[in-house]
Design a binder for this molecule. Structure first.
Ligand code: UDX
Length: 445
């Protein structure tokens, strides 16, 4: 099929490159001329494992990028909207969605043939059959359902493994205002014959995305609340508690006498909190929508509050060992919100660094991939280390924030560099507590 995708951010570009590699003819559209030029030169503007190679295999052949939205819409049968929906604290900002819809509508006005417009951005329930549909109708002068279709197709890509996730989806949610919209959208995904497909209306499709992410966030905050109580009670290691919980038949399967944990258990671990562009924003947006409609979301409200408290927990743990932080150098290992990405949005490293700087500490940050991103995201005053060795040599204590593989070897590296007694506060409980002399972490008492 011929598909245009508006927005070459994370979701748009990964979807575009993957759909092109599956055989579709894809045109990526962005207002940013520099991004468009980079994509056409085979250089993805973001870091994502495997993206560059895949982009280079399709660029100029099955995929191209342009700033000309109208021609892209005219040259294709389906347009996916994958523009950003930033959150301002009260609601998600639909300016970019609306802008895209106005331009897509204007392009639809100039053509006779049926066109399907699909929202792929995460939007609160009611957006697609509300503002999206009405803007398209107004700007095209055509009727939705008769002259063009409207769909909603949430993405479930986890950063760092987005290509793998797109190419091996666990489900495909086809939201549509009518059967023709759903059928057309189904054709886009006909290249994934063995994947469970669910057809529904656009509001339900929108809610499925929020429900999925809210569940993951809830599991994380659940683990963190238990971790905090474990510390208060004393004598409990919450990482072990959660391992015991994972063994339940609800969360593991038994194979040849061995227990294999289900993937969901990777969200049931104590830590310094969740970040990223999805979980914090999506939960907040749903809470805000509930509030606006007179339906308070008490549980999800607490999920956010617990998460916001975790960075301070890290500082408390550090200060148990080092009551005076003034003038001390604290290494932050990992600045990205998770491993496998350079994305620093809502990374716990940011509030942790702020809290340290406020207490007069010197913050020495290091990340194997996110250093460039970190230079304009970390609070002013942060110093950046060239490598892990420098942190180990210069720091008075270290805090581990991101589960990078490089850090798994810390016990050995500490030995090798002659600093076996350097204090490590493990915000991800990545390292075996027995393997480091001076170790503490979330959920440990
Ligand atoms: C998430 C969902 O996983 C994905 O399905 C959805 O489509 C988008 O949002 P992503 O934001 O890329 O993906 O990251 P994810 O791997 O889910 O991790 C989210 C955050 O939670 C990270 O900061 C991670 O470090 C943190 N986390 C994860 C915890 O704090 N504790 C855990 O037990 C697991």
């Amino acid at each position: 099929m011929k598909i245009s995708i508006v927005g070459t951010g994370y979701v748009g570009l990964v979807s575009g490159v993957c759909l092109a590699s599956k055989g579709h003819d894809v045109i990526c559209v962005d207002v940013d001329q520099q991004k468009v030029a980079k994509i056409n030169a085979g250089q993805p503007p973001i870091f994502e494992e495997g993206l560059e190679a895949l982009l280079q295999s399709v660029i100029g052949r099955k995929l191209s990028a342009t700033v000309d939205l109208a021609s892209a819409v005219k040259a294709t049968e389906v347009t996916l909207i994958a523009v950003g929906t930033p959150f301002d604290g009260n609601h998600i900002d639909l300016t970019f969605i609306e802008q895209a819809c106005r331009q897509i509508g204007a392009a639809i006005a100039q053509q006779e043939k049926y066109h399907l417009v699909v929202v792929k951005s995460t939007v609160v329930p009611g957006t697609t059959d509300g503002i999206v549909l009405t803007t398209l109708q107004q700007c095209s002068g055509r009727k939705a359902g008769r002259d063009f279709g409207v769909g909603m197709n949430p993405e479930f890509l986890a950063e760092g493994v987005a290509i793998r996730d797109f190419m091996n989806p666990d489900r495909i949610i086809i939201g549509g205002i009518d059967q023709r919209s759903q059928q057309t959208l189904r054709q886009v995904y006909a290249c994934f014959p063995d994947v469970p497909v669910m057809e529904t209306n656009t509001r339900t499709a929108e809610m499925i995305k929020y429900a999925s992410n809210s569940l993951l966030a809830t599991l994380i905050s659940f683990s963190n609340e238990l971790a905090n109580l474990s510390v208060t009670l004393g004598g409990i290691d919450c990482t072990e508690v959660m391992k015991g919980v994972h063994l339940s038949e609800y969360l593991s399967i038994r194979q040849n006498g061995k227990s294999i944990p289900a993937k969901i258990t990777s969200f049931l671990n104590p830590g310094c909190g969740f970040g990223g562009s999805c979980l914090p924003k999506d939960v907040k947006a749903l809470v805000a929508q509930g509030r606006q409609h007179g339906q308070p979301m008490n549980l999800l409200d607490q999920v956010i509050k617990i998460n916001q408290g975790q960075p301070e927990r890290m500082i408390e743990i550090l200060m148990r060992h080092m009551p005076e932080l003034q003038g001390r150098t604290i290494g932050i290992l990992g600045l990205a919100f998770k491993e496998g990405t350079d994305d620093m949005r809502e990374s716990p490293a940011i509030p942790i660094a702020k809290a340290l700087l406020q207490r007069g500490a010197c913050v020495l940050g290091y990340d194997p991939i996110a250093m460039n991103e970190a230079r304009h995201r970390m609070p002013e005053g942060t110093i950046f280390a060239t490598d892990l060795d420098q942190v180990i040599q210069d720091a008075d204590a270290m805090m581990l924030i991101t589960r990078w593989d490089e850090f798994r070897n810390l016990p050995q590296i500490l030995q090798d560099l002659g600093r076996p007694d350097l204090l490590l506060i493990d915000g991800r409980r990545l390292i075996d507590k027995q393997a480091v002399e001076n170790y503490d972490g979330i959920g440990l008492s």
